[in-house]
Design a protein around this ligand. Structure first.
Ligand code: SF4
Ligand code: SF4
Length: 435
């Protein structure tokens, strides 16, 4: 959409010229208030408050932009903070309202009027310092290995849930080690290792590299890569998000890889929007747009040619679609194609699989009540499947669903879909060696 033309054409007042919110005026104007998005919105269905719906939040955005409400207004801050950023409203909207970009712009505009809690800000800052982040993740893994988080998960409130999330990040399956063999015939690929993925889901990252190798991709390193910047962008810190994006453009350009691969839905969605994020940067705009075109979710690449067959994995599992895969990247079939390619794996449908689980970055720790209200129906649907595992390709969802399953006493566990394919290959490899 041509934002400049829409701004010029608009005759309504603008109280915040030059802000990110003013830049998304065309999106606000595109909303016709039809309400088609309401039932798709998890916070609206959980809380039954129009202000916690996409339409209501867009009205709040307009009120701030036109000066009817100040950016620091309690209701504005509260209802914008309570949005999960799941973008289900975008998929449902017939008018093409770019809600995700509008939400980021709104948060960037109103954040200075009520900064996030100090701990959350310090946590986000640490993502820009690889050594600090690596130390924090090492300590988290150490704590997880002690088993203490499983015990502390019984504590009430945020502390209990934070420990349940850490306990829930442990992978429920362990593929026997194997050396993947591949001919590199499908080109080269570099993995965004990510911050939480590499820190807490290291096994899933190594599994992704092995699986891609088996399927004909020659893996390339991308030294100097950083966190994708999604958590920063979603919390309104666009400067930090842009700084991280520039580092990644440099690193993945230098890798020379044909494909930039992510196994985290949130990171993939962010990287695919680098062109938009760095559009105002003369040095990086074109390079960021070119990089964004090379980004693929791992399941997208694997589904293109169909994953190579492996050994049976006789389990009954279900699949939950991460919001940033299904709504932001509009990827629906590839993860299921990957899972259904595994012999013996029974993939049972999950009701409302495309609805948010309530993770949304650090949302479950900042807005615990709403997060739990959104998670509850998800857990009930999972229980109804009788599955022993829930496959989902996003670290936040893995931790949120993993924590919910533990706290509800379920024996089911959350797992990354690629790890199941990796397990299938590992078993085939072991059988080949043994036989
Ligand atoms: S965001 Fe889209 S679906 Fe929702 S009220 Fe506006 S136009 Fe209708
Ligand atoms: S992003 Fe999700 S939670 Fe936020 S308004 Fe849209 S549907 Fe609702």
């Amino acid at each position: 959409m041509d934002t400049g033309r829409a701004l010029a054409a608009s005759s309504t007042p603008c109280a915040l010229p030059g802000t990110p919110l003013a830049d998304v005026r065309a999106g606000i104007d595109a909303c016709v208030h039809c309400g088609f998005c309401l039932e798709a919105c998890p916070t609206y269905t959980a809380l039954d408050d129009e202000n916690d719906s996409p339409r209501g939040r867009i009205v709040l955005m307009r009120s701030v932009l036109e000066g009817d409400l100040p950016p620091g207004d309690d209701a504005v801050q509260e209802h914008i903070a309570r949005c999960l950023g799941c973008r289900a409203c975008e998929t449902a909207c017939p008018s093409g309202v770019p809600y995700g970009q509008m939400l980021e712009a709104t948060r960037a505009t109103i954040a200075p009027y009520r900064p996030a809690p100090l701990l959350a800000r310090l946590g986000l800052k640490s993502f820009a310092f690889p050594r600090l982040l690596a130390a924090a993740m090492w300590m988290s893994r150490l704590l997880r290995a002690t088993g203490l988080p499983r015990v502390l998960a019984r504590m009430p409130g945020r502390m209990g849930f934070a420990n349940a999330m850490l306990a829930g990040s442990a992978t429920p399956i362990a593929a026997p080690p194997y050396e993947p063999a591949g001919d590199g015939s499908r080109g080269t690929a570099a993995l965004l290792t990510g911050c939480v993925m590499e820190g807490l889901f290291t096994d899933a990252n190594r599994a992704t590299e092995r699986v891609l190798t088996v399927n004909g991709y020659a893996m390339r390193g991308a030294p100097g890569q950083r966190c994708c910047g999604a958590l920063h962008a979603h919390s309104g810190d666009m400067d930090a998000a842009r700084a991280l994006a520039r580092r990644n453009v440099d690193a993945f350009e230098q890798s020379g890889a044909d494909h930039v691969v992510t196994n985290s839905a949130g990171c993939g969605a962010m990287m695919k929007e680098y062109g938009h994020l760095l559009a105002g940067d003369a040095r990086y705009a074109d390079r960021a747009a070119r990089l964004a075109e090379r980004v693929r979710d791992a399941t997208q690449l694997l589904a293109e040619a169909g994953p190579k067959p492996g050994a049976p994995v006789p389990e009954r599992i279900t699949y939950d679609a991460p919001c940033h895969l299904v709504h932001a990247q509009r990827i629906t079939a590839p993860p299921l194609q990957v899972l259904r390619s595994i012999p013996g794996l029974e993939v049972v449908p999950l009701a409302d699989a495309d609805r948010c689980c309530g993770a949304a970055g650090i949302y479950s720790l900042i807005e615990p009540a709403t997060s739990h209200a959104v998670l509850a129906p998800k857990l009930a649907h999972i229980a109804a499947t009788g599955a022993t595992m829930v496959a989902t390709g996003n670290p936040g969802c893995l931790m949120q669903i993993g924590a919910g399953l533990r706290m509800s006493g379920s024996s089911a566990r959350a797992v990354h879909p690629i790890e199941l394919l990796d397990l299938s290959y590992a078993r085939m490899h072991a059988a080949g060696k043994d036989g």
